[in-house]
Design a protein around this ligand. Structure first.
Ligand SMILES: NC(=O)c1ccc[n+]([C@@H]2O[C@H](COP(=O)([O-])OP(=O)(O)OC[C@H]3O[C@@H](n4cnc5c(N)ncnc54)[C@H](O)[C@@H]3O)[C@@H](O)[C@H]2O)c1
Ligand SMILES: [Zn+2]
Length: 347
């Protein structure tokens, strides 16, 4: 029996919203009957009985390749064709792909309508549903088009994690560890002790703690202007390069896990990260079943070039969010490319 965490209120410049932990049936009860729902075929397959006859539903193909302007255009036209008025609510039911796309559609339709997030993956629950960033990808890069459009509410049905593929559940845990690494050493110790499985008793409390941590960052730096929000990018500069070079074959959480291991090593090389931290990070991630080693197929030079294309580099070097120690992180610019390359080679 899962213990239900307390609601968490997230404040933003135009108001606030609640992250509410509930069952799937409760979430379905809470959203207005005349809502428009965007989801994907996997959700329809596993959870469709609970919603497909109640609302007007648009079901998309799963995966990052759905997060495009052309799908957004399809969804906008669907809303118009279905006669959606400004006072109606759009609901995102799914992982981060559905959440980001639906939020973007909600931000644009009739210059903005209300939307509710029902996150169903670890990444969506602990990361993408909180903070108001919505958007889609361009062929030139991920998340290049978007907006800040906070939801009216986030309804988090923890039980839906039970139908995730095990590899999908596991990759999401890398974002959980990341929050501990960048913000809270004590949380890292808790994670070390708790078994992280979809049905473990500790999981609801851990997801709620992640929401608390992400809330603290986004409330401080809502619009990503001060550098505070950038700490959430730990592991992501290398991680994005790996995702891109693998043609998105590598799962995001896996790429971020390898990215955190490498960025911890870079931090130690340039004296930003306390010595011994990389070994600890590697140990935690390995024990969680997450990858930390760079696959032989990746070449150090191509990774550095991919970082440059990702606009994370200037003439003076690369910008990276690096740990000072476990539980603390800061944005460091001007990291020499030679150090990045050396850390990549020391596999
Ligand atoms: N807006 C933000 O702040 C933010 C933060 C982090 C990530 N993101 C974005 O989130 C996206 C990644 O999200 P994701 O990892 O959730 O991937 P995803 O949305 O692609 O979902 C992963 C897979 O799991 C399936 N799925 C989802 N819930 C399920 C369930 N309960 N049971 C069975 N299958 C289920 C989906 O159909 C999909 O195939 C990326 O596009 C990333 O850019 C955004
Ligand atoms: Zn991420």
């Amino acid at each position: 029996m899962m213990v239900k965490p307390e609601d968490i209120e997230v404040r933003h410049s135009a108001g606030s919203y609640r992250v509410r932990f509930c069952t799937f049936a409760e979430a379905a009860e809470l959203i207005p009957k005349d809502s428009f729902v965007i989801t994907d075929v996997n959700l329809l397959e596993h959870w469709g009985e609970g919603f497909k006859t109640t609302w007007t539903v648009l079901t998309l193909s799963p995966g990052e390749q759905t997060k495009t302007l052309s799908t957004a255009s399809e969804a906008l036209q669907w809303l118009a064709a279905e006669g959606c008025t400004r006072d109606r609510t759009l609901v995102a039911l799914g992982g981060g792909v559905i959440g980001d796309l639906t939020g973007f559609v909600a931000s644009a339709y009739m210059r903005g309508i209300q939307f509710i997030q029902i996150p169903t993956t670890v990444i969506a629950m602990v990361d993408s549903s909180v903070g108001g960033k919505v958007g889609v990808d361009l062929p030139q890069g991920k998340n290049l088009v978007g907006a800040f459009h906070p939801p009216e509410a986030v309804l988090t049905p923890l039980e839906t994690l039970g139908t995730l593929a095990p590899a999908r559940f596991r990759e999401g845990l890398s974002e959980v560890w990341k929050l501990g690494f960048v913000m809270n050493r004590q949380f890292v110790s808790e994670l070390e002790r708790a078994p992280l499985a979809p049905d473990s008793e500790e999981l609801p409390g851990i997801i709620a703690k992640c929401v608390e941590l992400k809330k603290a960052v986004v409330e401080e730096d809502e619009l990503d202007l001060t550098g505070r929000r950038a700490i959430l990018n730990f592991g992501h500069t290398i991680g994005h390069a790996l995702e891109t070079l693998s043609g998105f074959e590598m799962l995001h959480g896996e790429a971020v896990s390898v990215g955190m291991a490498i960025e911890a090593r870079i931090g130690e090389r340039i004296g930003v990260t306390e010595s011994g931290t990389a070994e600890q990070v590697l140990g935690y991630l390995r024990a969680a079943g997450l990858p930390v080693d760079l696959d032989e197929a990746f070449d150090a030079r191509s990774i550095v070039e991919a970082i440059r294309l990702d606009k994370k580099a200037t003439r003076d070097g690369v910008s990276l969010s690096l740990l000072s120690r476990i539980g603390e992180c800061k944005l460091v610019s001007g990291v020499p490319e030679s150090e990045v390359e050396a850390a990549l080679r020391s596999r």
